[in-house]
Design a protein around this ligand. Structure first.
Ligand SMILES: NC(=O)c1ccc[n+]([C@@H]2O[C@H](COP(=O)([O-])OP(=O)(O)OC[C@H]3O[C@@H](n4cnc5c(N)ncnc54)[C@H](OP(=O)(O)O)[C@@H]3O)[C@@H](O)[C@H]2O)c1
Length: 281
């Protein structure tokens, strides 16, 4: 009989001893860090806001007797991505969680091209480069896990979030393909596709609030799904929405989600670009 502690041990053995979590300073990534620390994994926390990373690192170290490292990196910059990977080289990493990301919203004509390129770099390029590095490392040790963050908007085109939805479609497609390629090497791949989650994401993306899931339960459901499926739709809302939309033709899904997004961006001033607030660190 497998006891709770045996199950915990084999989970740790499979995905430990170190996990790297991007977007660890806030939102879902921060809750993932807390969840992994409770499971006994040592955690590398990656994001731009070092002070927040230090705070969460101290919290999880003190309450779980684990080790932590903090890497301050802007994942929109190729050199920071390379440096973050170098900083992880000496650690025995078994799990990579790519939670860092942001969205642009509003009519495509009114968004700023620099913001769009930055989003492509953070949401896609950094994920690709880091997943390539970690999957090669995990293949050598014949075990490990990759967790990506897609979205409910990643299953069809969405007006008023056209490019953000495209970045999430990229992630969803990448995850589904990698799950096949990496399975023979003992590597589990998971895409988490949430609906709205109650984090700072909506504010940072200049979206009005929506009926949102709690980030802690999203993190818990995501971690629990690793190794069991390829896509997790955390929370009742995302399950109901994705599963009911899946029965409709793609263009109908596009119309429905575009209408939802239009209502969440109707406060925008369409005459000028909705430029993304820049981080100070
Ligand atoms: N919340 C939602 O409604 C929702 C729905 C579907 C999918 N998602 C996806 O879920 C993931 C997590 O979202 P969330 O809700 O947790 O968002 P969040 O609360 O806004 O947190 C985003 C995290 O990403 C980090 N980040 C952003 N830009 C970065 C950059 N250039 N370099 C390094 N780190 C960066 C932020 O840290 P710093 O600012 O400190 O760098 C922060 O830790 C994202 O990929 C998002 O697209 C979210």
């Amino acid at each position: 009989m497998i006891t709770q502690s045996d199950a915990g041990k084999s989970w740790l053995d499979r995905y430990g001893p170190w996990a790297v979590v991007t977007g660890a300073s806030d939102g879902i990534g921060r809750e993932i860090v807390r969840d992994l620390a409770q499971r006994g994994l040592n955690v590398v926390l990656v994001a731009r806001r070092g002070e927040l990373l230090d705070q969460i690192a101290t919290e999880v170290r003190q309450s779980n007797f684990i080790e932590t490292r903090v890497i301050v990196a802007d994942l929109g910059k190729a050199e920071d991505v390379e440096q973050a990977l170098l900083d992880c080289e000496a650690l025995d990493v078994g799990l990579f969680v790519a939670s860092a990301g942001f969205g642009t919203a509003g009519n495509f004509l009114a968004t700023d091209v620099e913001d769009e390129i930055d989003m492509l770099d953070v949401n896609c390029r950094a994920v690709l480069v880091m997943a390539k590095d970690f999957s090669a490392r995990f293949a050598r040790r014949k075990k490990g896990g990759l967790i990506f963050f897609g979205s409910i908007v990643g299953f069809q085109g969405v007006g008023n979030a056209a490019h953000y939805a495209a970045t999430k479609a990229y992630i969803q497609t990448l995850a589904e393909g990698l799950a096949i390629d990496l399975k023979p090497f003992g590597i589990d791949v998971l895409s988490c596709a949430p609906g709205p989650v109650e984090t700072g994401f909506a504010t940072r993306s200049n979206l009005s609030p929506a009926n949102s899931a709690d980030p802690r339960s999203v993190a818990r459901e995501t971690i629990a799904a690793l190794g069991r499926k390829t896509t997790v739709k955390p929370g009742i809302l995302s399950k109901v929405l994705i599963n009911s939309l899946a029965t409709l033709p793609r263009f109908v899904r596009t119309m429905i989600l575009s209408a939802i997004m239009a209502s969440r961006t109707k406060h925008h001033d369409g005459s000028k670009a909705q430029s993304r607030p820049k981080q100070s660190a």
